[in-house]
Design a protein around this ligand. Sequence first.
Ligand code: HEM
Length: 400
Amino acid sequence: MRWHMLADPAGMKQVMLDRLANYPKSEIMKRMLRPAIGNSLFNAEGADWKWQRQAVAPVFTHRNVMALAPAMTATAERTCERLKGCGRAELVSQMMTATFDVICDVALSGREHFDSETFAQAIVGYFRTAGRASLLDFLGFPAWFPRPGELLAASSVHTMHSMVAAAIEARRKQAASPADDLLAHMLEAQDPETGQRMSPEELVFNMQFFIVAGHETTALALSWALYLLANAPEEQDKARAQARGVLGGRPAGPADLAALPLVRQVLEEAMRLYPPVGLLARRVVAQDELCGRLMQPNDILFLPIWALHRHQLLWERPDEFLPARFDAATGAPRHKYQYLPFGAGPRVCVGADFAMMQAQILLATLLQQIRFQPSTPSPHPVMMMTVRPEPGVFLTISAA
Ligand code: HEM
């Protein structure tokens, strides 16, 4: 098998936009995700992808995301209260709890069928086992050939799927559902070609993906941002001063965000240094030339977002935490495909606005009231589908 690593903005554009059909998602990633999310939106291709994307898009329009903001503000307030009494805390689990609450609201209008701790443990269990690429993948072994960890992963999948299935079942039993959530849209969705609706299995797979993708990545972005701020007190003070000036003690809402550019810049810079999705993979369909190299059918193409974001030829002082580089007025200009935390082109993350709004509301609300300082142990990044800080983000917490 031949494989390539691409970390060039123009090449990224060719793969993600100009010649998208020639570079579908690779079987390696799909195989890792399939036990948990089947052939749902994230894994699907062609017409199968298109109708599923159209079905969920309305939930993520700007208007609908704005309507979700009160749930985000309420969660930010609760998280702030919880943290204030901590002294020292592990922030990844705190951020996961916060974002999990919000995605359950969006997806299912509540989380009565979910125990967040059990669900969170099952996600980590899955990532640690099936969520790792195996040498067998790189040697081109077929998908049916068992990979190490697959059996262990089955129990995590069962735990997650049974909670999701219970929530769907409860909704089906309701005579008329007034909910305008993701599940309601998926129950209504119809393939325009075949007229088919999602099967019970497709529904579970899609909801499962949204619940995991909808909170895990945002929580990681926030955790890395807090870790970086704890180690850059002057950046933390600047962002806090702006948050205080704008919010005057109350929690942040969507109308405040335009006046809080520093909070946005901190998150953008945190996702540059620690992109929650650090690596994407594609397959080559037909022969093509990419950055002067010949791509042959069935070659594997890795898109290491991590490397792109720290590329020495693209960024000044690439390994330093400098939020001001994202200042639209003074930051250095950059290629549109040089910074890709949410991917790009037609397969760009459908939840990007939602994630950014939630992260900004949470971070502004927390910074206003809490000072974060480093504690031990320090985290190091580990890539297990997502870029996780291991063994966690431990910080000292005091009133600001
Ligand atoms: C900071 C948070 C997030 C990050 C960094 C992130 C990152 C990404 C990336 C890089 C992709 C493209 C994958 C590829 O091209 O192979 C993607 C796709 C996707 N994301 Fe996100 N995501 C985040 C939050 C969310 C949220 C909150 C949701 C939903 C509630 C979501 C739902 C999706 C979906 C459905 C896709 C597949 C879109 C498609 O293929 O049409 N993501 N995400």
